[in-house]
Design a protein around this ligand. Structure first.
Ligand code: FES
Length: 148
């Protein structure tokens, strides 16, 4: 089995059996809703942060297999991380998606299966939508902290 085949398999597994999918009706979660302007697909991410640590992430979207699987991978990758570490990981994921060298000690796990996306610029927004929602949520939590 070649590596691309393996990557595709991991993506399809996350698409068919996503981790952390669904919503919770709980005000202690921050909800971020984004849409992909290229196709109109939507992604909603919920974050629970306790003492600067992301203790839970939920997601729900209407996107393609790349988008929905990537939301599952994002939730698995960032759950349990501090907000600062999560921001570093998100940054490295964007480098990978652009086809740039990325820090293999920071970005680990299933997220690396999206490195082929760099060859398909139209899919970059699909792969990053849930990650951008989480990035936006972390920025909002940090801003709110600064503003007291
Ligand atoms: Fe819409 Fe991928 S085609 S998110």
């Amino acid at each position: 089995m070649n590596i691309e085949h393996l990557y595709r398999q991991v993506i399809m597994e996350h698409y068919k059996s996503p981790k952390n999918k669904g919503f919770v009706a709980d005000n202690s979660y921050l909800t971020i809703h984004l849409n992909n302007p290229s196709c109109g697909d939507e992604m909603t991410v919920q974050l629970k942060v306790v003492d600067h640590v992301i203790t839970d992430i939920k997601h729900q979207g209407t996107g393609c297999s790349i988008c929905c699987s990537s939301a599952s991978v994002m939730s698995e990758t960032l759950k349990g991380k501090s907000m600062d570490d999560a921001m570093k990981i998100i940054h490295e994921f964007y480098e990978l998606i652009k086809g740039y060298p990325y820090d293999k000690e920071i970005l680990v796990g299933d997220a690396v299966v999206y490195q082929g996306v760099a060859q398909f610029p139209a899919r970059v927004k699909c792969a990053t939508l849930a990650w951008k929602a989480t990035e936006q949520g972390i920025n909002k939590i940090k801003e709110d902290e600064l503003n007291g």
